[in-house]
Write a protein that binds this ligand. Structure first.
Ligand code: PEP
Length: 249
């Protein structure tokens, strides 16, 4: 039986955006009613979550880009999942390759953060993906499989967890895998999820991320087991992001 999965069009603003950028969130929220075939999410920097939540007025979801594993404590500069929720977030991204690379986050750390997200009642987006060297060495599926089994939180369901497959070499580079390559990895992730999460894995959303643009979104989103996109650079303007999300009109 094939499970009908409602896609998710998600934007990750990374360390971009000032209060003047809230206009982009407003424009995306106003147009969201026309994206009837998908849920829409923007993850601005933490400084903008409260203002973005107000601007979204329930028409799109707002999320964080990372969280600490603990709920509170002496962790200067960190933000807990509970604090994100309190500011209005309903999602949080964990294990983005920029966090794994810049902050040395291991699968164990990513799993602890994902479990914190579930504890706080957020939906967690767990990112996985291989580097260029790993792909060249034929290790893509082994790497992604290891990240999945190492990072998936206990208590995950198809409702509270989303996977984002983001080949590291495709992020911010303008390069994308071929649809056949995307199909291979997403098919593998589906297979692993069904194995790791009996009764749930078939319905978990698997997003593709890495240089998604209005010009390639239709082709990438049409690939089997691609249940939406995680978009970086092209999510910074309403025009480009809506150009991608309109695949799900
Ligand atoms: C990302 O970092 O999540 C991402 C997909 O970036 P970009 O779309 O800019 O490649």
């Amino acid at each position: 039986m094939t499970t009908k999965i409602r896609p998710l069009a998600a934007g990750n603003w990374k360390m971009n955006g000032l209060s003047a950028s809230i206009g982009e969130i407003k424009a995306i929220a106003q147009a969201a009613a026309q994206i009837g075939g998908a849920d829409v999410l923007i993850c601005p920097p933490a400084t903008l979550i409260a203002a973005a939540t107000a601007a979204a007025s329930g028409r799109i979801a707002i999320g964080g880009q990372d969280c600490h594993a603990k709920a509170s404590g002496a962790h200067t500069g960190d933000i807990s999942a509970e604090q994100l929720k309190d500011a209005g977030a309903t999602f949080v991204i964990v294990g983005h390759s920029e966090r794994r690379a810049d902050h040395g986050e291991s699968d164990e750390v990513v799993r602890a953060k994902a479990e914190a997200a579930l504890r706080a009642g957020l939906t967690v987006i767990v990112c996985v993906g291989e580097t260029h060297l790993q792909r060249e060495a034929g290790q893509t599926l082994a790497v992604v499989g290891g990240q999945l089994s190492g990072s998936l939180p206990h208590g995950a369901t198809a409702k509270n967890m989303v996977i984002a497959y983001e080949p590291v070499w495709a992020i911010g580079t303008g390069l994308t895998p071929t649809p056949a390559d995307v199909a291979e990895v997403h098919g593998f992730i589906r297979h692993e999820l069904v194995d790791l999460m009996p009764g749930e894995g078939a319905a978990v959303r698997i997003l593709y991320g890495g240089s998604v643009k209005p010009s390639n979104a239709a082709e990438l989103m049409a690939v089997e087991n691609v249940n939406g996109a995680l978009v970086g650079g092209a999510s910074l303007t309403a025009k480009d992001f809506l150009g991608i999300a309109s695949v799900y009109k």
